[in-house]
Design a binder for this molecule. Structure first.
Ligand code: 5GP
Length: 190
């Protein structure tokens, strides 16, 4: 998606060797006009899949998922990362290794909101090694729901996330795929 690529080139910042910071428009301050265009594009890519629910993980996936959901006209369900007294005890859960925090954490979804009849679109801001998306696919499988696809804003195509998800038979679509990135040569898209 050209609009997103141009925005990454303008406002994205490379942090260390492997993290792209997009706090200016996606992960901290949020550009709603851009998210609207991304939502339309996710709808175009997945409209024929009879999606009944969008599933994401807190926190940065939520805004993207909510705006996309307006085009699909379906609810958003987000997996919680923190243990909370607000969350039912009857949950599906999966262990995820965090790319940015470099440690494992649990994601949880109440059994009440994920049904065997659900056809799920998973949405997230980044795809790196696929751990977050695979954790969400695992939760869908526990519920007997169908993980129809994974929609990603920014994929780092040189990492192995897409391969691992596609090996599970789940379709992956990314709006911007980064082929390489470093502080000297900048960001290159595929
Ligand atoms: P994965 O689970 O695919 O290894 O990593 C994806 C998750 O890690 C996303 O939910 C995202 O929050 C975070 N992440 C991975 N790479 C980046 C990155 O380059 N920049 C930012 N801001 N987050 C990232």
């Amino acid at each position: 998606m050209e609009l997103l690529k141009q925005r990454i080139l303008k406002d994205g910042r490379i942090s260390g060797t492997d993290i792209l910071k997009v706090d200016m428009f996606l992960n901290h301050q949020i550009d709603i006009d851009l998210l609207n265009e991304m939502g339309k594009e996710f709808y175009r890519l997945f409209q024929s899949w009879d999606i009944t629910k969008i599933l994401t993980v807190e926190a940065s996936g939520i805004a993207i998922a909510c705006i996309a959901a307006q085009y699909f006209k379906v609810p958003v369900l987000f997996a919680k990362k923190c243990e909370s007294r607000n969350l039912d005890s009857d949950v599906y859960q999966s262990k995820v290794y965090s790319f940015t925090k470099e440690k494992d954490y649990l994601i949880r979804v109440s059994k009440k909101y994920l049904l065997p009849s659900d056809r799920i679109l998973i949405i997230d801001d980044f795809l790196a090694n696929g751990r977050a998306a695979l954790g969400l696919i695992d939760i869908c499988e526990q519920a007997g729901a169908v993980p129809c696809g994974v929609g990603i804003a920014i994929e780092k195509g040189y990492q192995r996330g897409r391969k691992l998800i596609e090996e599970k038979g789940v379709k992956v679509e990314a709006l911007a795929v980064i082929d390489s990135m470093d502080e000297h040569t900048g960001i290159n898209f595929s």
